[in-house]
Design a protein around this ligand. Structure first.
Ligand code: M6R
Length: 633
């Protein structure tokens, strides 16, 4: 997590750094800070909380400094206080460092440096780095970079070799005011090339307003940025030939467009997102009678699917919920046994290797450290094995240019556009569409369902954007009114079964993360095995009951909750007499076939979470303790 930026050139750095940090606030917003060099000294300004606190502090410090680094923090080591905010400096204030990641061996380094007289003023892991670099700068250099152009580069490279963990760094030194050194080791870092000016950042949106020529560093690379150019080296000190590439993105101007919060705007964008995905994934010329090619065009090579025996999916959070829906459709439509694992668990307890397995990493950001590590591990442990065990990796992401994009050779782009709200909404629905497309493609190739059935599902999918539109406004009006009743509520239960069980989990996660209300998602049939003891008149139950194989079952499970005095809210079609009798409130959802219903049932749950949080006056788009992109373990 955390976002880092850097600038070296001819303009005043401060505003460039601040505007970069604004674009990176999704990576953390516990504190922010910048350090610039002017008249031979480093000016470092930091502030607790959101970026606007830093901005107002900086109003008093106008400097034309043409070099600087900046940071927006998601706290890992040490509380979110100003003294833990980056940049961190050495005791003599000659070196300043911003870091994204975790230095795993910081305790040993700290003890060693303390014993050598360094004074530590923060609780962070990062602070060891400026002390280490300052110490190495004082020692007489023994170059490890052949023809080393700079003792500063030398010192940073030596320091990096002592660091363990996953990190990206930007470093400046008052003694070397024309050099900005950046490092990438398992955490993202891109360099931007301007005219006589150079940028670095954790992510492209921070620099795309200034240049479209970018060079993403690879793991184990260090670069020296000066006003004259950029030199890239590997950690062995060998200079590498690297060229920037042009991003074909427009500057990402993301506005609320009249909505009170990005999350609400993003909920309303969902019909358009589904349309864009269907447009990209569906073969318009296909019909059940004319079926010489797949109805799906994902651009994936057939060898990815050849003799497939198993699918292994790794993901975190909301992406993990999308993967559970994915499992359902991959098994039920394509008939392929599918496992879904939390990436953070899988990486330390992987399942035994299976042959002919497609490994899918689902991550909207493409930067989630656990998901990347799990995929990296699969790549590693399958390499050198006989052909049937070799890695077949597929990524499902909203950011094809991300670290995931570098790691896998095949991708499904979910095309939801930049999602700003920390709570994932439109990217979840886009991930669902990606899974439907994948399952249908496989079902077609494996002939596991008839062409007639394929056609029915595709027709249903094509209708979904209009179904969402038909639901959205009436659901929102109803929910806005309904949430008045939950002003004091402290616990919620969400129930679902079958393909809608993951939606119960997702509804609970949305509510937890933005309203801070305790919520549990449960398979409706499991309540009686324990959790039903939680129920009473103070605990509302939201049940997803869509016509299909488990409809009657969910209604009976809801009755059981009602018998324990819970207020019952049904996410269910409006015109069912039985449901009308059971539920105290009905958030109506248009009837669609059960298989496609998650795309419709998740939206009222997003709206419910949104309106509860907004009514409580909470920071919906940047909820406490969270970050949009979780780049640490
Ligand atoms: O970028 P990713 O999809 O890999 O992110 C995974 C989770 O961190 C993410 O889904 C998180 O749970 C969201 N805040 C949920 O709204």
């Amino acid at each position: 997590m955390c976002g880092i930026v850097g600038y070296i050139g001819t303009q005043a750095a401060t505003e460039i750094l601040l505007s970069g940090l604004e674009k990176l606030e999704y990576r953390g917003y516990d504190s922010a800070g910048i350090a610039t060099i002017w008249e031979g000294k480093i000016d470092c300004v930091r502030a607790k909380g959101k970026l606007y606190n830093l901005r107002s502090k900086l109003e008093q410090l106008e400097t034309p400094a043409p070099i600087g680094i900046g940071h927006t923090r998601w706290a890992t080591h040490g509380k979110p206080e100003e003294y833990n905010a980056h940049p961190h400096m050495d005791s003599s204030k000659q070196v300043a460092v911003v870091q994204n990641g975790i230095i795993e061996n910081y305790r040993e380094l700290r003890e060693k440096l303390k014993a050598e007289g360094c004074q530590f003023v923060s609780d962070t892991d990062t602070e060891v780095i400026p002390h280490l670099i300052a110490k190495l700068l004082k020692e007489s250099p023994s170059p490890s970079v052949p023809f080393s152009p700079s003792p500063f580069l030398e010192a940073v490279l030596k320091a990096v070799k002592e660091l363990e963990g996953a990190f990206a760094l930007a470093v400046i030194s008052a003694d070397y005011p024309d050099e900005l050194i950046v490092v990438r080791q398992q955490a993202p870092l891109v360099i931007g090339f301007g005219q006589g000016e150079f940028f670095c950042a954790s992510d492209t949106p921070a620099i795309i307003g200034y240049t479209r020529a970018v060079l993403p560093l690879e793991n184990g690379e260090i670069a020296r940025l000066t006003p004259l150019g950029v030199e890239v080296y590997n950690f062995a000190g060998v200079r590498l030939k690297k060229h920037p590439r042009l991003l074909n993105l427009n500057p990402m101007i993301v506005e609320k467009q009249g909505f009170k919060h990005f999350m609400l705007k993003e909920i309303y964008e969902q019909p358009g997102v589904v349309r864009a995905c269907l447009e990209a994934y569906l073969n318009n010329d296909w019909n059940a009678e004319n079926s010489a090619e797949s109805p799906i065009k994902l651009g994936l090579p057939r060898e990815l699917y050849a003799d497939l025996e198993q699918i292994q999916i790794v993901a975190c959070g909301t992406s993990w919920h999308a993967a559970l829906v994915g499992k359902y459709v991959l098994e039920q439509l394509a008939g392929i046994p599918t496992q879904v694992q939390y990436a953070s668990e899988f990486r330390y307890a992987p399942s035994p290797l299976t042959a002919n397995t497609l490994v899918i990493g689902v991550t909207q950001s493409g930067e989630t450290a656990d998901t990347l590590a799990a995929l990296g591990m699969e790549k590693e442990r399958r390499s050198g094995k006989e052909a049937k065990y070799q890695a077949r990796l597929l990524g499902i992401t909203n950011r094809p240019e991300s670290s995931l994009g570098h790691m896998v050779s095949h991708m499904i782009n979910t095309m939801a556009g930049i999602e700003v709200g920390v709570a994932a909404t439109k990217t979840f629905v886009a991930q669902l569409i990606a899974f439907y497309a994948l399952a249908l493609d496989l079902a077609y190739l494996r002939e596991s369902i008839s062409h007639q059935r394929l056609q029915e599902i595709i027709n249903g999918l094509r209708q979904i954007p209009r179904d969402i539109e038909a639901n959205l406004e009436s659901q929102e009006r109803y929910i806005e009114h309904l949430v008045h009743d939950f002003a004091e509520t402290t616990d919620f239960i969400f129930l679902g079964r079958g393909i809608n069980f993951p939606i119960a989990l997702e509804g609970a996660l949305k509510l937890k993360e933005i309203s801070y209300i305790h919520a549990e998602g449960y398979p409706a049939g499991e309540m009686k095995h324990g959790p039903i003891a939680l129920l009473d008149a103070k605990v509302p139950v939201v049940a997803i009951a869509m016509p299909g194989s488990v409809y009657e079952k969910v209604l009976s499970n809801s009755q059981e909750a009602k018998a324990r005095d819970s207020r019952l809210i049904g996410v269910t079609p409006a015109n069912d007499g039985e449901a009308a009798e059971i539920f105290d409130n009905i958030i109506p959802v248009k009837v669609v076939e059960e298989l496609l219903s998650p795309i419709l049932t998740v939206i009222p749950l997003q709206l419910l979470a949104y309106h509860i949080a907004a009514r409580r006056g909470l920071d919906v788009d940047q909820p406490r303790n969270l970050a949009k992109s979780v780049t640490v373990e």
